[in-house]
Design a protein around this ligand. Structure first.
Ligand SMILES: [Zn+2]
Length: 257
């Protein structure tokens, strides 16, 4: 029988066996949010889910169902709430959900957890959830790692993907990185004829309420996504995947598969 990696496809005894063997558990997190006219609403949790599956197959891990609602998209980083389909939750809701999921995994004996996130705004609320859980579980030998996949992109990869210079991660919403990764992992879901080519978003170095709608380009992409390709997606996915596997093996003392 082929080895399974998705927790949702495992039976309870199969999951128990994997945890008994000391397997790492990866929780993909993201949100449901507009990603321009060319990408689906699920990008931010679908990419971590696909990456988590790649990683789990290399380190022998288990991937939980994704956390598919996340912290609110802001005008400066994700287009904000102006577009149909964007669903943001309060920071405390996300933190408490993560705390509770870790608590439950720990109750079943899980001691190695990696949260693999795909929504920029989630980070500190995920960290808060982990910290709340860790406060209760520090006596156990639990170890929890939190990461956002684009933090692993190496300088050489940036140079290959952006031959004319990288415009900066804060504009990378529904743009070249996410579009390329989607073309690699989910080619059928990218509407290639609708890839936007707008100039970069212009906003102030601050947030304000009520939010400025004019800070967000009409396309919903914060900069042109025209340079995207499946080949670039494969390059990013392979380099980032390898480096995340390396970091996980280092942190959790995992050797081989
Ligand atoms: Zn995104």
């Amino acid at each position: 029988m082929t080895k399974r990696f998705l927790m949702a496809e495992m039976t309870s005894p199969e999951f128990a066996e994997r945890i008994k063997a000391g397997d790492l558990v990866i929780i993909p997190t993201g949100t449901t949010e507009q990603h321009g006219p060319h990408l689906p609403l699920g990008v931010d949790f679908m990419l971590p889910q696909a990456m988590a599956l790649d990683i789990a197959s290399q380190v022998g891990g288990v991937v939980t169902p994704p956390v598919n609602f996340g912290y609110k998209s802001m005008p400066r980083s994700g287009g904000g709430p102006f577009f149909p389909g964007t669903i943001g939750v309060d920071g405390a809701t996300l933190s408490h959900l993560i705390r509770d999921v870790i608590r439950e995994l720990a109750r079943h004996g899980v001691r190695k957890i990696c949260i693999l996130d795909g929504n920029y705004e989630n980070l500190w609320f995920l960290n808060e959830g982990v910290d709340l859980a860790y406060r209760e579980l520090a006596e156990s030998d639990i170890k929890i790692m939190v990461l956002q996949h684009w933090e692993f992109i190496a300088d050489e990869t940036f140079s290959s993907v952006f031959p004319d210079g990288f415009p900066g991660i804060e504009l990378e919403h529904a743009a070249v990185l996410e579009t390329s990764l989607m073309m690699h992992y989910y080619p059928d879901l990218v509407r290639e004829d609708k890839i936007p080519d707008n100039p970069p978003a212009v906003s102030g170095p601050y947030d304000v309420w009520p939010p400025h709608k004019e800070w967000v380009p009409q396309s919903g992409a914060l900069i042109s996504a025209k340079g995207a390709s499946a080949e670039k997606g494969r390059l990013i996915a392979n380099q980032v995947g390898n480096d995340i596997v390396g970091a996980i093996k280092r942190e959790f003392g995992i050797r081989g598969t």
